[in-house]
Design a protein around this ligand. Structure first.
Ligand code: GLN
Length: 229
């Protein structure tokens, strides 16, 4: 099994994802440049946080035109797993692989701290190892994490159990409905503002992110990538 860690000009959490998979989880992950035109041989795609293209225009707005994103769209359409954190989440919304947008934080300040994040559904390939309503401690570090969508989209996200993560009484950016992370309707694409890849070792404060990636790995092994009801 092999995961692709995408690298855009200005990515920085690519290194954290690479470390999380190769060194902590013991599953092979390889860097794949934004110029790549194939994701052949990969079982999952990991889109890192950072400041792709200097956050010019809007976070993720330029990265979504990269060669590799056309491949990510094809990959996602095949039902294969795609995970994006922070700038990765922003790129996924800009690419329309996830609904809604990420606006500037309500207080217009960059926020960098640990937050409490609630797991809302455990029937997804990303959360199947967590307990329902479990609260995780995960770091956030962003200036544009204020998730927004229209009422119809929000109703649809709720109906299809796509809101996997919400901030637990501690919303750091003003996001609608306290949304911290959502999937697409099929359940194989996840975007979230918190950083599970920076929550992999108790020595560094929290290892609450381990079960997310482990669930992803286990479910890829089982051939399960969509919501299980
Ligand atoms: N850590 C990140 O990925 C930051 C994302 C983006 N540059 C922002 O500030 O919102």
């Amino acid at each position: 099994m092999k995961f692709a860690v995408l690298v855009f000009p200005g990515s920085n959490c690519d290194i954290d994802l690479y470390h999380a998979f190769n060194d902590v989880l013991g599953v092979e992950a390889e860097y794949v440049a934004h110029t790549a035109t194939s994701l052949e041989g990969f079982d999952g795609v990991l889109i890192p946080g950072g400041f792709s293209y200097g956050d010019y225009l809007r976070c993720g707005a330029i990265a979504r035109f990269s060669n590799v994103m056309a491949e990510v769209k094809r990959f996602a359409a095949e039902g294969k797993p795609v995970f994006g954190t922070c700038n990765g989440f922003q790129i996924l919304t800009e690419a329309k692989l996830l609904p809604g947008v990420l606006l500037k934080n309500e207080n217009l300040k960059f926020v960098s701290r640990n937050v409490a994040v609630k797991v809302n559904h455990t029937n997804s390939m990303f959360t199947s190892l967590y307990e329902s309503s479990e609260t995780l401690v995960l770091p956030v570090a962003h200036g544009e994490g204020n998730y927004y969508c229209d009422d119809k989209t929000l109703a649809s996200l709720k109906e299809h159990q796509q809101i996997l993560f919400t901030y637990d009484n501690d919303n750091p950016n003003g996001s609608l409905h306290n949304i911290a992370g959502i999937t697409n309707q099929r359940g194989n694409v996840l975007g979230m503002m918190p950083h599970p890849e920076r929550a992999m070792e108790q020595l560094l404060g929290t290892d609450d992110g381990v079960k997310l990636f482990q669930a992803m790995i286990n479910n890829v092994n089982r051939g399960v990538t969509c919501h299980e009801n």
